[in-house]
Design a protein around this ligand. Sequence first.
Ligand code: PMP
Length: 463
Amino acid sequence: MDGTFNENDLSRVVEADRAHIWHHLIQHKPFETNDPRIIVEGKGMRVWDQKGKEHLDAVSGGVWTVNVGYGRESICKAVYDQLMKLCYFANSAGSIPGAIFAEQLIDKMPGMSRVYYTNSGSEANEKAFKMVRQIAHKKYGGKKTKILYRDRDYHGSTLATMSAGGQDERTAQYGPFAPDFVRVPHCMEYRKHELDGAPEENFGEWAADQIEQVILREGPDTVGALCLEPVTAGGGVIEAPEGYWQRVQEICKKYDVLLHIDEVVCGVGRTGTWFGYQQYGIKPDFVTMAKGVASGYAAIACMVTTEEVFDMFKDDASDPMSYFRDISTFGGCTAGPAAAIENMRIIEDENLLGNCAAMGDRMMGNLQALMEKHKVIGDVRGKGLFLGAELVADRTSKEPVDEKLAQAVVADCMNQGVIIGVTNRSIPSRNNTLCFSPALIATADDIDQITDAVDGALGRVFG
Ligand code: PMP
């Protein structure tokens, strides 16, 4: 291309995108004949593409991120004002928004105490992993380096977080991985038939007991931490069954295993409480969060831990290796906490946690009604405004539908002006779970528009 680039000339933008952008998570072959989609603008729950078409966004920016909706002037203003005052300084010094947001965040997390800023969920998780490794060296003579993760969970795209990756679709082809990451079985009631020996009753406790079995097999003196999503996101929107979390907590305590809860998706309101783990009465040692922290208005992620963990790293002049020898350059960018403060104020002032819980109930009711009507829906599940509907070829065998059919439902919804997602990621190319995570500002009409679109799409794709 030549000449000056006019951002209003959207055909030029499409051309530049096709020529130079490597999009995330998708196959590019179709762009040889189809235009890539450019999202040009957003307001509230809706976005507009390069053709001017309006879409109701039922996935908060595609990946559960824009929790307070698009076009929030007050967040943009807070970021602008902060950047004019001080854009950046490395976080070995403090900043005003950094300190204020940390205090406000900790206020929502009884039992937690320290915030380590970084800029992506993967990185936040790696910080916790590194702390676990350092604790192993400081406190356990180099033992307790193992980190347990669960089948179907996801913790990031870097090599260490993929080493803790329970979704085979994402990890196949990227090995070899880092040592001392050990997988525990999933806790998905709907697919418990896949697990040898899973009982009909008390599956939650049994699934947690499988973690204990892994700890015993590996040796309790080698296991430092257990990392879990409160509600598994990309692995199929999976809430753990009754009895699971209580046993998990007991097991961690019994074997001196630190509990790391990955709230990158669930954190900051998505499930109807500030954090997903708060619905299950557990006390984590590490909590990581990213997407909803500033709803995508700035890149910010946090690794939050207890004073007890922090104390283990307190500077000791006689030991040069006593502190956490780590930095995240953009953990010092002040736009993140400035946006996060305003994001949190909006959630409080507009009672978005209450709205999330109420709209989540409405959406769950609508999806259950769709399940009565469409045999292809084998299960609906989730928490708050974070829901999934699993599509199966047969309700008895629970065989996933062909992914192309699930994608056809997504495409049909897109034609109707509603953006939904599809996931599973545990079996390569068998993504069969429709997923929904509208912004926490969704109204009853928005929710009904989403489920009406799904109803129509299922009718057309599956007859
Ligand atoms: N943990 C979970 C549960 C996630 O869903 C994701 C991202 N989808 C991550 C971690 C990684 O976050 P990021 O893409 O910001 O690195």
